[in-house]
Design a protein around this ligand. Structure first.
Ligand code: URA
Length: 244
């Protein structure tokens, strides 16, 4: 059976247009279009694909909020200011409006980093209770055995406690793909070290629904509206689970 999609008023409410009741009124008043056609109550949509507008303005990205996906190069620090004078990630993206990195990557780690001025989304993406997945590709010393991979999957003891179960695959004899949903300091490096395979190179290749294998190190691009919506949905689902 094909996915019927989500109720339009729910999608509008999640995008910040008010309660579902208020959003139903927007629809009833003929102010909402889906793919160019005026929507009626009961309409279901696929937010990733359908173009939704309220009063002719696309839904999903609120005015004034910017979202950049950056491929952080090695050696650049994930802070707004570095006392040691190293290059920072905010120097690689436009300076106005002022933006902040979402979470952090070590200076030595490369790969995808979201930079935004959306504080609420930042909170949801970094709070462990939302459990947004992050995928890393780690080149390690030595050749991890099946036992080492299993330990990484099941959880390893670190000095701040056991790690949660992770998705781990050996994609080359010395390269692991690791998906975690916690965000502890230097977590992937410490996990690999704990099983006897220190990391040589670490690249983040996915943040929840966001991937971009074509983005070059040091380059950034704005998120597409559908990507912002996908991130909101990834964190909203977490919220529903947390609230239970
Ligand atoms: N795990 C690490 O060890 N380093 C990072 O930068 C991100 C995750």
């Amino acid at each position: 059976m094909s996915d019927p999609g989500e109720r339009l008023q729910k999608v509008l409410a999640q995008a910040g247009f008010g309660s579902r009741r208020v959003c139903e009124d927007l629809i009833a008043d003929g102010r909402v279009t889906v793919n160019g056609e005026v929507a009626t109550l009961g309409r279901r949509v696929h937010p990733e694909h359908d173009r939704i507008e309220v009063d002719g303005v696309p839904v999903g990205v609120r005015p004034g909020l910017v979202y950049y996906l950056l491929n952080k190069p090695r050696g650049v620090v994930t802070t707004a200011h570095d006392p040691q004078g190293r290059r920072t990630v905010v120097e690689l993206v436009p300076s106005d409006p002022r933006v902040f990195p979402v979470g952090r990557l070590d200076a030595d780690t490369e790969g995808l980093l979201l930079v935004t001025n959306d504080g609420e989304l930042t909170h949801r993406l970094t709070h462990p209770s939302f459990g947004v997945e992050k995928e890393y590709v780690a080149q390690v010393e030595g050749r991890p055995s099946r036992g080492a991979v299993r330990r990484l999957r099941e959880g390893v003891e670190l000095d701040d406690g056991m790690t949660a179960p992770a998705k781990v695959a050996l994609i080359e004899p010395n390269v692991l793909r690791i998906v975690i949903h916690e965000g502890r300091n230097r977590q992937v490096r410490r996990m690999c070290e704990a099983v006897g395979h220190p990391v040589v190179r670490l690249v983040r290749t996915r943040i929840g629904p966001l991937r971009d294998p074509k983005l070059r190190p040091g380059a950034w691009r704005p998120l597409e509206t559908a990507e912002v919506r996908a991130l909101e949905r990834a964190t909203t689902r977490g919220a529903e689970q947390v609230e239970g």
